[in-house]
Ligand binder design. Structure first.
Ligand SMILES: NC(=O)c1ccc[n+]([C@@H]2O[C@H](COP(=O)([O-])OP(=O)(O)OC[C@H]3O[C@@H](n4cnc5c(N)ncnc54)[C@H](OP(=O)(O)O)[C@@H]3O)[C@@H](O)[C@H]2O)c1
Length: 360
């Protein structure tokens, strides 16, 4: 198509797949990332141009944009893909660090990683966007169902109104701005060493098509969104997750899940998080320790509050490569269950009517 395409985070994972598909279409593609060697190797393999920059920094985003403008004069497609759950890369703060300070560090890191990266690059390139250009921002299923810590999902959710406002501002020029929100996607560096077989199976099980997403699934959606065919599609948030957001209804006999509730399970087991603000002792009775598994974990993350009754919540056991003792759970909301509560078949947990589709 011979367009000028800029993909932040184009050195690996989803960004690399997007960049490669654009190169195949005949576009001139610029990939941006922080690690020079990763970027150089991808650029050579897929025949793209590389610009090393941390777009979480204003000056670096501006420098990258100036380089693009000097070299190509304009941009037809901007894919703001750089990001990830910053908690997975954070190192353990000093044990004395207060819970509030930890939460603050988590939020700042994820806002920088997922919001500022997109905002800086978009604003830096705004004046060189061609008429009828396409802007895409990468959100996540976590923006809809939580990410365990709040900060990753919250940072992704912040992109949604930004995209809508941008779409309004740029729409008169024919420019579309959309958000793509993937679910669990393999062949990326997103999870680092934190993915376990158990969690992989859990996430795959949540998808209605019973498979993980692949980077090509996301790239294909972005390819269509950036095509001339999608000129009337703007200010939309498009999910690519195999139906994992609605998930399966465990009340229909497909649950309960073998591990932590799906919404928070995917993104919270980094080493920093294991000692994070949610690892607090339980106060409710009958919520003793559970045994769980991980490839390398020594202590599993605390679970999210559930709606189950306090009674009958003895220890549960799941298989593991390395059995470990999980921290006690947080107090549940079971005691608040009022009239109209039901017990889901096969679940054994007390569910509130409004959360029949929750995964406990
Ligand atoms: N994989 C999933 O399951 C999944 C699910 C939902 C959403 N997502 C989102 O999809 C996007 C792509 O992630 P991915 O799964 O493909 O993981 P990935 O392989 O880790 O890709 C992220 C890329 O972004 C780059 N990057 C990160 N921060 C940057 C910064 N400040 N400046 C420039 N480049 C930066 C990284 O390279 P450097 O480290 O070299 O900079 C890396 O190439 C992310 O926004 C992620 O949140 C992923």
């Amino acid at each position: 198509m011979s367009r000028v395409v800029v993909v932040s985070g184009g050195g690996t994972g989803i960004g690399r797949a997007v960049a490669a598909s654009c190169v195949k279409d005949g576009d001139a593609v610029v990939i941006i990332g922080r690690r020079p060697e990763v970027l150089a190797s991808t650029a050579a393999e897929i025949d793209a141009h590389a610009i090393v920059a941390d777009v979480g920094e204003v000056a670096e985003a501006e420098r990258a944009a100036t380089e693009v403008a000097k070299r190509f004069g304009h941009v037809d497609v901007l894919v703001n893909n750089a990001g990830g759950n910053a908690l997975l890369a954070l190192t353990d703060p000093a044990p004395a660090t207060s819970p509030v300070a930890r939460a603050s560090a988590a939020w700042l890191a994820n806002l920088r990683s997922n919001v500022l990266t997109a905002v800086h690059l978009t604003e830096a390139l705004r004046d060189v966007l061609a008429d009828n250009a396409r802007v895409v921002l990468l959100s996540s299923i976590a923006a809809f169902r939580g990410s365990g810590s709040g900060s990753y999902g919250g940072s992704k959710a912040a992109l949604h109104p930004y995209a809508i406002d941008l779409a309004a501002a740029l729409g008169p020029r024919g420019i579309t701005v959309n958000v793509v929100a993937p679910g669990y996607t393999t062949d990326t560096e997103f999870f680092g060493a934190t993915m376990t077989d158990q969690r992989h199976d859990l996430l795959v099980g949540q998808a209605l098509n019973k498979r993980a997403g692949h980077t090509d699934d996301v790239a294909a959606t972005i390819r269509w969104l950036t095509s001339p065919d999608a000129g009337h599609v703007t200010a939309q948030i498009i999910q690519v997750n195999g139906g994992a957001l609605p998930g399966v209804d465990e009340a229909a006999g497909q649950g309960p899940w073998p591990g932590p509730r799906g919404g928070g399970s995917g993104f919270v087991t980094g080493p920093w998080w294991r000692v994070g603000v949610r690892d607090r002792p339980l106060v409710a009775a009958g919520q003793g320790p559970t045994t769980t598994t991980a490839r390398t974990a020594t202590t599993a993350p605390a679970r999210r509050p559930t709606h189950r009754a306090a009674a009958g919540q003895g220890p549960t056991t799941t298989t593991a490569r390395t059995a470990t003792t999980a921290p006690a759970r947080r107090p549940t909301l079971g005691a608040a269950a009022g009239p109209g509560s039901t017990t889901a078949p096969g679940c054994g947990r007390l569910e509130l009517p409004e959360c029949r589709r929750s995964r406990c």
